[in-house]
Ligand binder design. Structure first.
Ligand code: MG
Length: 155
């Protein structure tokens, strides 16, 4: 068994679409980023690469590479899962915590888990997404952006 931890944060930016865990939040302000800025998927990718000791998201998909501009993070996650499987591992489970004041994530959690399980080709019961606010503390609590923590277990 191998365990990995992932973390990511992105600031909100006007004029961007919000995508979290591959699910569109069409009425919400999006996040700044080189790719589609899917902060939840980025944290999961880092947990997976971390568990397999395969580096990090930046070493696989550099954010100064035009190839990844506007990239669909679901596609990056598919590639990351393929690399982890090629290294001989299977995903046992993923757990995540999304931290932001807005939008409210909890009504969309079932949909996000379903989407993530499809992208990674693992049972939805092996994908956990939890959401909370930062109780108005610090920049995340002031609504500056979204932070995600993730853990992945590989077998
Ligand atoms: Mg990121």
């Amino acid at each position: 068994m191998r365990i990995g931890q992932g973390y990511d944060s992105h600031r909100f930016e006007e004029g961007r679409h919000l995508v979290l865990g591959g699910v569109e939040f069409s009425d919400e302000c999006g996040l700044k980023g080189h790719s589609d800025a899917d902060v939840l998927i980025h944290a999961i990718i880092d947990a997976l690469f971390g568990a397999a000791a395969l580096g990090d998201i930046g070493s696989h998909f550099p954010d100064n590479d035009e190839k990844w501009r506007g990239a669909d993070s679901a596609e990056l996650l598919r590639k990351a899962v393929a690399e982890v499987r090629a290294a001989g591992y299977e995903i046992a489970n993923i757990d995540t915590t999304v931290i932001c004041e807005q939008p409210r994530i909890s009504p969309r959690i079932a949909e996000i888990r379903e989407r993530l399980s499809q992208i990674m080709a693992i049972p939805v019961g092996n994908v956990s997404v939890k959401a909370k606010t930062n109780e108005k503390m610090d920049d995340v609590g002031a609504g500056v952006g979204i932070v995600v923590h993730s853990i992945a277990l590989l077998a």
